[in-house]
Design a protein around this ligand. Structure first.
Ligand SMILES: Nc1ncnc2c1ncn2[C@@H]1O[C@H](COP(=O)(O)OP(=O)(O)O)[C@@H](O)[C@H]1O
Ligand SMILES: [Mg+2]
Length: 242
């Protein structure tokens, strides 16, 4: 299959900090790509730059061959890329349904159609039981699901999940991984950022490793985990291949 996302020579600095130095890689249509690396290595900056929240200092991003570099976030979302935020930020005073409708309205002008998409996403994400709960009253796991749900309501072709499993217990994480697999089986390509390597290895078809704003490795998950440079820069002695 061809590439859904092509990133070429992407650069982003904040003052003197080069968060992305010169990043180039493709994401294949239909794959689940793990994006890993130490804190501060540029993973969230990558997501924010691809989705239009940050304007790149250089480089190009193309979605299915269409140049989307520097488009506003709403335009990128309409083009088919949805993302979650590392720090979740739902409207705390709104119910789950209303939160998801607000997202869906980015891509739908009619409220009825947005509500239909929202209800579908809520069902897929397993949140039906909480549909009328205010998001401030959701437990952590469900709040993470709400983030995912808001992204899903945009009916994306590419979904970028930025540490969406952080803070979950092992059972909740297993359920979350199953949900990502189910979403992927529906034809959604996924970029998955996560620090728990067992989760990355069990979920991802391929892994890209960032270190200090550069790509350090790219390949099959087990091979990448055993790459000496990756062990040295990121994993240390903590990773035991399963
Ligand atoms: N909005 C911002 N303003 C200033 N510096 C930022 C901003 N976002 C990220 N950075 C810096 O860019 C580098 C990469 O950060 P980030 O992309 O959040 O890394 P990661 O997600 O891999 O932990 C860090 O040095 C971080 O402090
Ligand atoms: Mg981050």
């Amino acid at each position: 299959m061809g590439a859904i996302l092509e990133v070429k020579n992407l650069k982003k600095s904040f003052g003197g900090i080069q968060a992305l130095k010169d990043v180039s890689f493709d994401v294949a249509e239909g794959e689940i790509l793990g994006l890993i690396g130490p804190n501060g290595s540029g993973k969230s900056t990558f997501v924010n730059t691809v989705c239009g929240l940050y304007r790149p200092d250089g480089g190009q991003v193309a979605l299915r061959g269409k140049n989307i570099t520097g488009l506003e976030p709403a335009m990128v979302a309409r083009a088919g890329i949805a993302r979650t935020f590392q720090a979740s930020r739902p409207f705390l005073n709104l119910t789950v349904l209303d939160n998801v409708i607000v997202s869906a309205l980015l891509d739908e002008t009619l409220v009825d159609a947005a509500e239909k998409n929202a209800r579908q996403a809520i069902e897929v994400a397993g949140l039906s039981q909480y549909i009328n709960t205010k998001s401030c009253n959701l437990p952590v796991e469900k709040r993470k699901r709400l983030d995912l749900c808001r992204a899903l309501a945009l009916k994306p072709s590419l979904l970028m999940l930025d540490e969406v499993m952080a803070g979950l217990n092992p059972k909740e994480m297993e359920d979350g991984l199953d949900l990502v697999r189910a979403i992927n089986r529906q034809g959604v390509t996924v970029i998955f950022i996560e620090h728990v390597m067992k989760a990355v290895v069990s979920l991802c078809h391929r892994v890209v490793v960032f270190d200090q704003g550069c790509m350090l490795a790219d390949g099959e998950p087990h091979a990448v985990m055993q790459d000496e440079r990756v062990v040295k820069a990121y994993l240390g002695g903590s990773y035991k291949p399963c």
